[in-house]
Write a protein that binds this ligand. Structure first.
Ligand SMILES: *Cc1c(COP(=O)(O)O)cnc(C)c1O
Length: 384
């Protein structure tokens, strides 16, 4: 059995959508980009949707639109894909890490509230000597489950902070029946091939803030403000535009979003049922505030006595691709160098990072493949 770690879920209609674009001369900034954005406004209820060429680009534009700059402090978490923190570093803003909820891996709002009241104990050992004020919160909807956004928004409101919700793993998830990505001032989605929908590379920002939306549209297009000609650039901008092939693929995928999500839900349910019978591993925990998980990856957690790395080796050797999730951001070499972080600084993040393993997962995975993966896992766990 040849099982893949992840796989996009594409149809003939998706392929045809891309071909239709290639048969026209308009390969950038055309009708499909507008269609793709309209689909996001319709789905999320946002007033504005701005497509970009990656989730990382989307995060960066939100950091610019939120007015975050050198020395500004932003509370976020180290249990994430590096892009959520990197977007702050691009503008020399300073990420202030708080540890996560041990069950979900999402921002712990109590720690965020503590940091807001007294930031000193949360500052890194170095790299923040000349810090400015606290300006924003940047929670992540980890593995497709929304962070505890009511609690986070309450803190933000009391202290006049912006909220950037990194929903790059959570398209389609809901929190108290409200859509992920719409729970802060800005939400960002991403469309790399392992995400819920794909455009190859791509991302989308959603917001209700008209001024910010205008600025982000200009910044993604080399800083051209409305009325600028091709060679006039009001702002220091970027080329973060999505191309028409990607946008057409994204728009086509959006018409099937419900199907894509429910196929992933089915695969997650197959896993959950089987994992309940395997000692030594836990299936993902679902918070009571999560009214719908949008399954992004399927990350199991081993008992502390079991070596995750040994298990990963054994599974790989038997043809089951797996991936540790996440290697904590604060322990990445450039973060250690810049801010002086050490192992032990964020114990819950580190513990989750040491015990978590993503199993093969996608909407096109079959029940047989889930069966095989779980039977190999069970064998390896009960033999050792
Ligand atoms: C996928 C992802 C991103 C964005 O990734 P890109 O590869 O730039 O599209 C950002 N944050 C998180 C948490 C992600 O999982």
């Amino acid at each position: 059995m040849n099982i893949s770690m992840s796989s996009p879920d594409l149809t003939e209609a998706d392929r045809q959508a891309v071909m239709n674009v290639i048969n026209t001369p308009i390969l950038s900034m055309g009708k499909y980009t507008a269609d793709f954005e309209a689909a996001f406004c319709a789905y999320t209820g946002a007033k504005y949707a701005i497509s970009v060429n990656s989730g990382t680009a989307g995060l960066h534009l939100c950091v610019r639109a939120a007015g975050l700059g050198a020395g500004d402090l932003v509370i976020t978490t180290p249990f994430s894909f590096v892009a959520s923190t990197n977007a702050l570093l691009f503008e020399n803003a300073i990420p202030i890490f708080v540890d996560v909820d041990p069950r979900t891996g999402n921002m712990n709002p109590e720690l965020a509230a503590q940091a807001v009241k007294n930031i000193e104990p949360f500052l890194p050992r170095k790299g923040a000597e000349k810090h400015g004020n606290l300006k924003a919160l940047l929670p992540i909807d980890v593995f497709g489950q929304p962070a505890d956004m009511d609690a986070i928004n309450k803190i933000a409101k009391e202290h006049h902070l912006k909220v950037i919700e990194d929903s790059c793993e959570a398209l389609g998830a809901t929190y108290q029946n409200r859509p992920a990505g719409r729970l802060g001032d800005f939400g960002i989605f991403a469309f790399y091939p392992n995400k819920q929908i794909t455009t190859g590379e791509g991302g989308m920002i959603v917001t209700d803030d008209e001024q910010a939306a205008k600025l982000m549209r200009a910044l993604r297009n080399q800083g051209r403000a409305p009325g600028d000609t091709w060679l006039q650039h009001t702002h220091l901008g970027y080329n973060y535009r999505i191309d028409e092939m990607s946008a057409a693929l994204g728009a086509s995928q959006m018409t099937r979003l419900e199907t894509l999500l429910s196929k992933r839900e089915q695969v997650a349910a197959w896993y959950e049922a089987r994992l309940a019978e395997i000692p030594g591993v836990e299936a993902p925990f679902i918070a009571s505030t999560t009214t719908r998980v949008s399954w992004f990856v399927y990350v199991i957690r081993f008992d502390p006595k079991i070596s995750r790395d040994e298990m990963a080796k054994k599974l790989t050797a038997r043809g089951i691709p797996v991936r540790p999730y996440f290697l904590p951001i604060h322990l990445q070499p450039y973060m250690v160098e810049k801010f002086g972080y050490r192992p032990g600084d964020f114990p819950i993040t580190e513990d989750l990072g040491q015990r978590g393993l993503a199993l093969p997962f996608s909407g096109v995975m079959t029940e047989d493949e889930v069966d095989y993966t779980c039977s190999v896992l069970r064998e390896e766990l009960t033999e050792g």
